[in-house]
Design a binder for this molecule. Structure first.
Ligand code: HEM
Ligand code: HEM
Length: 182
C-alpha cells in the first residue's frame, strides 16, 4: 500500500472502472442472448457462449488488475462532503462488488466445466482454457444456480451503486466527476 493515499483516482484506475462496468453489461447481455437463441441456430449459439465466457474471464482479469492497482497505488479517501453513513455504505458495497466481480466469473467457469454438454471454453474462439472439473449433471445442477444467484446479487448492487453515484452528482458532490475526469 502507498504511504500517502493519492488525492484522486489515477487514469488507469478510472479507465479500468469504466472498462469493467462496460464489460459486465455486455457479458450479461451475451449471457441472456446465448440462452435465448434456439438450438436450430447452433453455430450462433456456440459463438455467443464462447463470447460470453471469454468476456467474463476478461472481467475477472480486469478486476484482479484493479485490486492490485488499489493495493499498490492506493485509493483516494472518500469525498469529505459525503455523510459518514454513506462513506461506510460505499466502502461495504465496493468490497462486495469486487468479491462478486471475481466470484461471478469463477462460478460461471466452474458451471461451464461441469456442464453435461462438455463444450470446451475457447478464449475468443481460439485459445483452449482447460476445464478444472469433469462434466457432471449433479454438479452442474448446483453450479448453474450459484452463477445465476451471484449475477442477481451483482445486478442489485450495481443498480444501487450507480443510483447512489448519480444521486450524489445531482446533489453537487464531486464523486462522479472524480471517477470520470480524476
Ligand atoms: C461478469 C461476468 C459474467 C456475467 C455478468 C455473466 C452473466 C450471465 C447471464 C446473464 C447468464 C444467463 C442466465 C440465464 O438467462 O439463464 C449466464 C449464464 C451462464 N454463464 Fe455467465 N456471466 C459471467 C461470466 C461467466 C464466465 C466467465 C463463464 C464461463 C467461463 C460463464 C458461464 C456461464 C454458463 C455456463 C451459464 C449457463 C448457461 C446455460 O444455462 O446454458 N459466465 N451468465
Ligand atoms: C458493472 C458496473 C459497475 C461496477 C462493477 C462498479 C464497481 C465499482 C467499484 C468496485 C468501485 C470502487 C472503486 C474502484 O475500485 O473502482 C466503484 C467506484 C465508483 N463507481 Fe462504479 N461500478 C459500476 C458502474 C458504475 C456506474 C454505472 C456509475 C455511475 C453512474 C459508477 C460510478 C462510480 C463512482 C462515482 C465511483 C467512485 C466512488 C468514490 O470515489 O468513492 N459505477 N465502482
Amino acid at each position: 500500500m502507498a504511504a500517502e493515499p493519492p488525492a484522486t483516482w489515477s487514469l488507469a484506475q478510472r479507465r479500468l472502472h469504466w472498462i469493467i462496468a462496460a464489460l459486465v453489461f455486455v457479458t450479461a447481455l451475451l449471457g441472456v442472448a446465448m440462452v435465448a437463441v434456439p438450438f436450430e441456430a447452433l453455430f450462433a449459439k456456440f459463438l455467443l457462449y464462447q463470447a460470453h465466457k471469454s468476456l467474463g474471464l476478461v472481467v475477472c482479469t480486469c478486476a484482479a488488475a484493479q485490486i492490485t492497482l488499489h493495493l499498490t497505488r492506493g485509493r483516494p479517501p472518500p469525498d469529505p462532503s459525503l455523510p459518514t453513513l454513506h462513506r461506510s455504505a460505499a466502502a461495504f458495497v465496493h468490497g462486495l462488488l469486487f468479491a462478486l466481480l471475481l466470484l461471478v466469473p469463477v462460478s460461471g467457469f466452474l458451471a461451464a466445466s461441469a456442464a453435461p454438454a462438455a463444450i470446451p471454453t475457447l478464449l475468443f474462439g481460439i485459445v483452449p482454457i482447460p476445464h478444472p472439473l469433469a462434466p457432471s449433471e449433479a454438479l452442474y445442477a448446483v453450479l448453474r444456480p450459484v452463477h445465476l444467484a451471484l449475477i442477481a446479487a451483482l445486478s442489485v448492487l450495481v443498480l444501487g451503486h450507480a443510483s447512489a453515484a448519480l444521486l450524489h452528482h445531482r446533489r453537487g458532490r464531486p464523486v462522479l466527476r472524480r471517477m470520470w475526469r480524476g
